[in-house]
Write a protein that binds this ligand. Structure first.
Ligand SMILES: [Mn+2]
Length: 279
């Protein structure tokens, strides 16, 4: 089937025949710094039409691959609990049938997805690529927040099942959490160890775009200097191709903070590489 202009690169609307399914989750109701992640799904799709379907890193192409793009989940502004409930009800039926890639939105959108997946898969691991630990118990008294999302995720899957890469920002409390058994790495050097720990268990990849350096992707909600390069991220993500990856997301692109549009192109390129990984 040909490209559909409203779909991500090479994707179409044929959910039934697809092996991988894309959906956008345009929610940024708890963004604490630079709002605008709700515009990211549209920006990623638009940017994807300017990049090649072939990957020089993986020597394979998205052309001819069965990827469907369901469009965006309609969500209200604000009211995080209500929005998370809507996301869960949309995500549940599709993750049962397909491997899925979700475009955030802010990072809180990972929570309802992991919640659903943890009911589908025993021993689910989550690998978080991020500048921020996101392990606060709450942010300004709010437990449902993008600053607390991985704390909530760990409470569902178990702290030992959360593996964090690229983390270079957080409070002292987050880095010294007594219940924290998960591995945290400020760069990507633990990735081979993580892959051994995960083994044959199902794994969800959550990629916060701010894991990259601010010079690579300035259009994010909470920029943090000292990050990874695009190539480092791709080389690391490609290593997960041998694992049982059951879903992925890319979050926190806030496209209007990068007037060059480059951050959206970087995001679309990451999505392309990860989707190719799923085949
Ligand atoms: Mn982050």
């Amino acid at each position: 089937m040909d490209d559909d202009g409203n779909c991500f690169l090479c994707a179409n609307k044929d959910f039934r025949r697809s092996k991988v399914c894309i959906a956008g989750i345009p929610y940024d109701g708890t963004s604490s710094n630079r709002c605008g992640a709700r515009f990211a799904p549209k920006a990623i799709r638009e940017a994807s039409h300017g990049i090649e379907s072939y990957s020089v890193y993986q020597k394979k192409s998205l052309q001819g691959k069965s990827v469907s793009d369901m469009g965006d989940i309609p969500l209200p502004l604000g009211d995080a609990e209500f929005a998370m409930g809507i996301i869960k009800s949309f995500v549940s039926p599709i993750v049962r049938e397909k491997k899925c890639f979700f475009f955030g939105g802010e990072h809180l959108i990972s929570l309802p997805i992991v919640d659903v997946l943890s009911n589908e898969y025993k021993n689910l691991f989550v690998v978080q690529f991020d500048a921020h630990a996101d392990l606060r118990d709450s942010w300004m008294g709010e437990k449902l927040s993008h600053a607390s999302v991985m704390r909530r995720v760990a409470e569902i899957i178990g702290f030992e099942h959360l593996l964090q890469l690229g983390i270079r920002s957080g409070t002292e409390e987050e880095f010294k959490l007594p219940q924290r058994k998960q591995l945290l790495c400020e760069n990507f050097s633990y990735v081979d160890e993580f892959i051994k720990i995960i083994g044959k268990n199902p794994v969800y990849l959550s990629i916060d775009l701010d894991v990259l350096d601010t010079s690579v992707a300035p259009g994010v909600g909470t920029p943090e200097p000292g990050g990874r390069s695009f190539i480092e991220l791709i080389e690391t993500l490609v290593k997960f191709s041998s694992l049982n990856v059951v879903g992925c997301d890319l979050v926190e692109l806030s496209p209007h903070y990068d007037s060059s549009g480059n951050s959206s192109i970087v995001a679309a390129s990451i999505v392309k590489e990860v989707i190719l990984n799923l085949f």
